[in-house]
Design a protein around this ligand. Structure first.
Ligand code: PHE
Length: 342
């Protein structure tokens, strides 16, 4: 009997099956009602008492080995069947979840593209700025209210050497004029900071794109044509612009530009406060003092600059009414821009 058990153990260890049918035949032969194991257990009854313990153990080992073998082959066969016979290889793959670009990023890219088509290059400057680049070189008098604690986030406040978060991207103008020779044609995108109470219409940080063009004989008419072209490229051929006289310490003359409200087509709506116009940027001819501060000869060169708020343009393009949405990272808001760009 011991010999028979060893022989069956050997046989089941070497057993292989490539189909479920073969495996089932093996199971019936070994563990079925009329199978080998039942015969052995039947014969076990007649085993002499002194041998019962040893043969009983052997029988149990054999039984477990057969069951393990069956389970092992069954698992392997199920996996291969899953992969080959039951899987439909023409099924589409699971959806690939793509994120979306932030609306400010999308609009920033669009603005920069319009200006690069007009021959402008892109530069950037630091967000932490010194007093010279943010104010003094730009002709801000020492007592100008913009320097006040109410508007500026100071990092270090020690008189002439104040360090602050830049309040506008005009600081990059200064850096570029100081280091490059005209002709200069460049745009500077970036984040700016102002110490304002956060509401639907104001935030303590936002984004601007600054533009600068310096060459011989640059006139206000060049500025107007450039901005008109920009407005049409961004909002459509039918867009109109309007320049209103304004004041900035670093430009003379200065203007603010409105575009015809693209939400109501100029008829008047709540967004444009029923005026048909929306202000989108500040601009002007660079003040000769600023050119001088930056080492450019104002008798030879003239130029213009403009600064626009990306949030404002994004509001117009996507009808976003609350500025706070841009910085809250609410997926329900952000996911709406999935199809708005690459
Ligand atoms: N720096 C101005 C602002 O932040 C905008 C501006 C830029 C105006 C360039 C004129 C020329 O409001």
């Amino acid at each position: 009997m011991k010999q028979k058990i060893d022989q069956l153990l050997d046989e089941s260890q070497r057993f292989q099956a490539s189909t479920m049918d073969e495996l089932e035949q093996f199971r019936v032969k070994m563990l079925g009602k009329k199978g080998e194991l039942n015969d052995l257990f039947e014969a076990f009854k007649t085993v002499a008492n002194e041998e019962k313990r040893e043969i009983g153990q052997k029988l149990n080992i054999l039984k477990t080995a057969i069951q393990d073998k069956i389970d092992e082959i069954k698992n392997a066969l199920e996996i291969t069947e899953d992969n080959s016979e039951n899987t439909d290889l023409t099924r589409p793959v699971n959806d690939f979840v793509l994120g979306s670009r932030h609306p400010i990023t999308l609009v920033r890219k669009e603005i920069l593209e319009v200006f690069s088509r007009m021959g402008y290059v892109v530069s950037e400057g630091p967000e932490i700025e010194d007093d010279w680049h943010n104010f003094t070189a730009l002709n801000f008098p020492p007592e100008h209210p913009a320097r006040d604690m109410q508007d500026t986030f100071f990092v270090e406040k020690n008189g002439e050497n104040d360090i602050a978060l830049r309040t506008h991207t005009s600081s990059v103008q200064v850096r570029v004029m100081e280091t490059q020779k005209p002709p200069i044609r460049a745009v500077f995108p970036g984040r700016v900071y102002r110490n304002e109470a956060i509401s639907a219409r104001a935030h303590c940080f936002f984004h601007q794109v600054e533009g600068l063009y310096i060459d011989k004989n640059v006139s206000f008419a060049d500025l107007r044509e450039t901005l008109l072209n920009f407005a049409k490229e961004l909002f459509g051929e039918e867009t109109k612009i309007r320049l209103r006289p304004s004041y900035f310490p670093f430009t003379e003359p200065s203007a603010e530009m409105d575009i015809s409200c693209n939400l109501c087509g100029g008829k008047g709506c709540t967004f444009c406060k029923h005026s048909g116009w929306v202000e989108i940027l500040g601009c002007g001819m660079i003040d000769p003092n600023v050119l001088k501060n930056c080492g450019i000869d104002s008798a030879v060169y003239s130029g213009f600059a403009f600064g626009l708020g990306i949030e404002r343009i994004t509001n117009l393009k996507f009808t976003v009414k609350d500025l706070r949405l841009f910085s809250e990272n609410d997926l329900r808001f952000l996911e709406q821009f999935k199809s708005s760009g690459f």
